[in-house]
Design a protein around this ligand. Structure first.
Ligand code: NAD
Length: 359
């Protein structure tokens, strides 16, 4: 029986990388019925919204979706489709594997990490009060009455909620992943020495969850600034990392850079009801329609999707094919060449064809 997967090509370079991924997945022989849906700029043109309700219905029904990047229009009143999708489907775990592939510009051959970023809380919850508004003045007065610390009157305020519920489920997801994927250690990353109540709660909850896995999976915690230095110097010490939203956002891009850049960084947003796979990079509008950009990040997101639906063998074959093309370094896009102006660089479609040829 074929799997039904919602395909969201997105906009900018999205349709090109999505098509490359789709061809690679189809070439593995796994039967997928693609339920293609318009989001982003084409959807704004047709439906006057970047995320029509029927798209959400499709993801809810199929439970699995894979998407290309989508532009976040500035100043149009449309909110980010990516944030909207995560919130509407409660995709609370942003999962990003970071791995060394020979032939890439990785800073370390020992990179093999999986990052679990909490996706729904923290300073990203969107609870903000704008400077000069009545609500902002009110909040400042309230806080001044409740706390000995004073806030300057000309401040804007963002709220950082971190709950036991949100922390527990992301830490649990990281440990469950570690068990299922033969990983040895989970590291919780925080700033609990300074943010004693919010990050302190995250850390305490992580320690409690870790007790449930004692003897099976090792646990440690590291303060986020120290983590950044250690990752650059000794990435081999780490395995699965679990972080609140903001640190997760920053550390995962740091790690994508360490592994050789956005062109090869895949990702997944996973909840209890649905999972959405996507490259880490954005829609790079300046390269749209040029058959130029690297499809690897989206193809590797497809590998994550295959693993998620239980097609581990096909996933491994596709990953090995990607790895062989990267290692050879011939049929690769400009960003993977030593000289970015190298005339032998191939296009998005040609790189996907080279990967398919090695399946
Ligand atoms: P971007 O990732 O789109 O591009 C930054 C630069 O990275 C590009 O100019 C290019 O040089 C390089 N790059 C990105 N993807 C590449 C690839 N596959 N191959 C080779 N090089 C690649 O980031 P941006 O310019 O900050 O964002 C553009 C738009 O994308 C914005 O509207 C942003 O909001 C949106 N965005 C969407 C997502 C998403 O859909 N998940 C993620 C990030 C940004």
């Amino acid at each position: 029986m074929a799997y039904r997967v919602t395909l969201l090509p997105g906009d900018g370079i999205g349709p090109e990388v999505a098509q490359a991924m789709q061809k690679c997945i189809d070439a593995t022989g796994v039967k997928i019925e693609w339920d293609e849906q318009m989001v982003g700029e084409p959807a704004i043109k047709k439906y006057n919204t970047p995320l029509p309700d029927h798209v959400l219905d499709s993801v809810r029904k199929n439970k699995i979706a894979i998407k290309g990047p989508i532009v976040t229009p500035i100043g149009t009143g449309f909110r980010s489709v990516n944030v909207a999708l995560r919130q509407a489907l409660d995709l609370y775990a942003c999962v990003r594997p970071v791995k060394y592939y020979e032939g890439t510009k990785s800073i370390s051959k020992k990179l093999d990490l999986v990052i679990f970023r909490e996706n729904t809380e923290d300073l990203y919850a969107g609870i903000e009060f704008e400077l000069g508004t009545e609500s902002c003045d009110k909040i400042i007065k309230e806080i001044s009455a409740l706390s000995p610390k004073k806030i300057r009157k000309d401040s804007a305020i963002s709220i950082k909620p971190i709950s036991v519920f949100g922390s527990r489920r992301i830490v649990k997801a990281a440990f469950e992943y570690a068990v299922k994927n033969n990983r040895r250690k989970v590291t919780a990353v925080h700033k609990a020495n300074i943010m004693k109540f919010t990050d302190g709660l995250f850390l305490r909850t992580a320690q409690e969850v870790a007790e449930e896995y004692k003897g099976k999976i090792e646990f440690q915690d590291v303060i986020v600034d120290n983590m950044c230095m250690q990752l650059v110097q000794k990435p081999e010490l780490y395995d699965v990392l679990v972080l609140p939203n903001l640190y997760g956002d920053i550390v995962s891009d740091l790690c994508a850079g360490m592994a050789g850049g956005l062109g090869i960084a895949p990702g997944a947003n996973i909840g209890d009801e649905a999972a959405l796979f996507e490259p880490v990079h954005g829609s790079a509008p300046k390269y749209a329609g040029q058959n130029k950009v690297n499809p690897t990040a989206t193809i590797l997101s497809g590998v994550l999707m295959l693993k998620h639906i239980g097609e581990a063998q096909a996933a491994d074959r596709l990953e090995r094919a990607v790895s062989a093309v990267l290692k050879e370094g011939k049929d690769v896009t400009y960003d993977l060449k030593t000289d970015r102006d190298d005339p032998t660089a191939v296009g998005t479609r040609e790189m996907a064809q080279a990967i398919i040829a090695r399946l």
